[in-house]
Every structure is written in C-alpha cells, then in structure tokens.
Write a protein that binds this ligand. Structure first.
Ligand code: ATP
Ligand code: MG
Length: 252
C-alpha cells in the first residue's frame, strides 16, 4: 500500500515545490512508482514537470468531486513519475470548498485507487493553511515540512504544528510528521549553520539528516520542465535529493 505525503508549510517560498518535484523524481529513479499531486493554483509543480497549466482534468476537478485523483494522473517526461496537474481554477476551491458538505474530506474521498497504483503520492500544497491544505492534511498519512535555512525559519513552524495537531485531533488521527527538511542551505554562511543547529536542537530526530544546498541548478531546472536528476544528474542538488529520497524511503 502506497503512502500519501503532504509537502506543506504555510510560509511561501521555502522550497515546497522544489522538494515535491525533485524528491518525487529521485524516488522514481530508485524504482518506485510515484504520483505528484499539485494542489497549488500557481501550478509550479505541474510546469516544473513539463505539463501545461491547461491540462485537464486537474486537481480542481478532483476537489470538485468530478474525478478521482487516480483519474487525474498523467505520465510526466520521467519514467515512473506521474502528475495530477493543478489549474488556476484552484483559486476558486478555497471559496467553494467551505460551501460543500464535509469540505475537509473532499480529497480523501476522491483519492480513488492511488494507494494500490503508486508506491507513494507527494502532494504539493499552497503557501496557506486554508481549505486546500487542510484537505491535503486530512488525505495524507505523513507530512514533509520544508524549512528554508534563513532568518526567522522557525517562525511559523509552531503555527504549522498547531494546525497539524488540530487536524490529528479532529479530522485525521493517523497523520504523522515524516520529517522537516532544511532547504536552500548555504553552508558558507554562519546564518544557515545557526538555523540548522537551532532546528536540530528544537526538533531533534524529526529533522532529516540530509540537507538541501542552495544551488543555481535547482532554481534553473523548472524552466526546462524537468527535475534536477534529469537536468543535471551529477549536480550537488541532484545528489542531495537522491540522498533525501533514500532517507525518506528508509524511514518509511
Ligand atoms: N535549493 C535551492 N537552491 C536554489 N534555489 C532554490 C532552492 N530551492 C528552491 N529554490 C528556488 O526558490 C524559489 C522558491 O522555491 P519553491 O517554489 O520550491 O518554494 P515554495 O515553498 O513551493 O513556494 P510557494 O510557497 O510560492 O509555493 C524558487 O524560485 C526556487 O527555484
Ligand atoms: Mg510552491
């Protein structure tokens, strides 16, 4: 049975999409069959995996109850790596969802047979704790939280953990933290080292051992619509996401 991961942090620009896309591609390269579900109206994961923003059905149709997540999957340019694309219509989902019955369970109810088809599903969440992210946390088994190695990195993490605790209490008791991943780490700066140390002190074993370095190659790859492992397989970024994939796989 495949595991369902939400990649989430309400803070913007911390590396959620970069981590979703490249961790998914690295897991696929290890022989797992992986589905990326893009739940963000910005469609960044969709585009980074080479799909057009106009691809339908999208996760909007999933949240609307028209199709299942399994039905929305399209093969990306990489072997073993599938995408359920986002669309700009998702902007409306935040308004429409609260009006339906049991709005928090929509995605969970519409998963279809994804656990049977895929070894893992990675859901890229928008930078908000709104209805779409709550749907992802209710549908997920585990949460991966990317945190940028920068000033105020821990800010907002407390709020995120409160939301996770509330979801666990009221909506999805099975939800677990898979791990916190330190992203955009510049090892030459004292600041990045301090942030990493603080995170490890606070969250101990919840922080993945492998850290993602800040590299230009990781920022460039999305404009070619391919993951780092295909764009620059020998790069530090590719190596970091591959190492993280091994760690995620061994933690289960
Ligand atoms: N390790 C890295 N090295 C260099 N640039 C990076 C790295 N990780 C992410 N970036 C760049 O930083 C920006 C933000 O990353 P990303 O889009 O993954 O964050 P996000 O959390 O998904 O943002 P949003 O909250 O808007 O969805 C992007 O331009 C991305 O290319
Ligand atoms: Mg994003």
């Amino acid at each position: 049975m495949g595991l369902i991961y939400a990649v989430a942090n309400q803070k913007g620009g911390v590396g959620k999409t970069t981590t979703t896309v490249n961790l998914a591609a690295a897991l696929a390269s290890l022989g797992q069959k992986i589905l990326v579900a893009d739940l963000d109206q910005q469609c960044n994961a969709t585009v980074a995996l080479g799909l057009d923003r106009a691809t339908r059905p999208s996760t909007y149709e999933v949240l609307s109850g028209e199709v299942t997540l399994a039905d929305a999957a399209t093969l990306s340019g990489s072997d073993n790596l599938w995408v359920a694309p986002a669309s700009r219509d998702l902007a409306g989902a935040a308004v429409e969802l609260p009006q339906v019955e049991d709005p928090n369970y929509r995605l969970r109810e519409q998963l279809g047979p994804v656990r049977e088809i895929y070894d893992a599903v990675l859901m890229d969440c928008p930078p908000a704790l709104g209805p779409v992210t709550v749907n992802a946390l209710v549908a997920a088994d585990r949460v991966i939280v990317p945190v940028q190695a920068e000033y105020l990195a821990l800010e907002g993490l407390a709020e995120f953990r409160e939301t996770m605790a509330a979801v666990r209490r009221d909506l999805n008791p099975g939800l677990e933290l898979a791990g916190i991943v330190v992203t955009m780490h510049d090892e030459r700066t004292r600041l990045a080292q301090d942030v990493e140390r603080d995170l490890r002190e606070h969250f101990q074993g919840d922080v993945y051992r492998n850290v993602i370095p800040r590299t230009v190659r990781l920022a460039e790859a999305p404009s070619y619509g391919i993951p780092i492992i295909d764009y620059a397989p020998a790069s530090r970024g590719a190596g970091a996401y591959l190492a993280l994939a091994n760690e995620v796989q061994s933690r289960g």
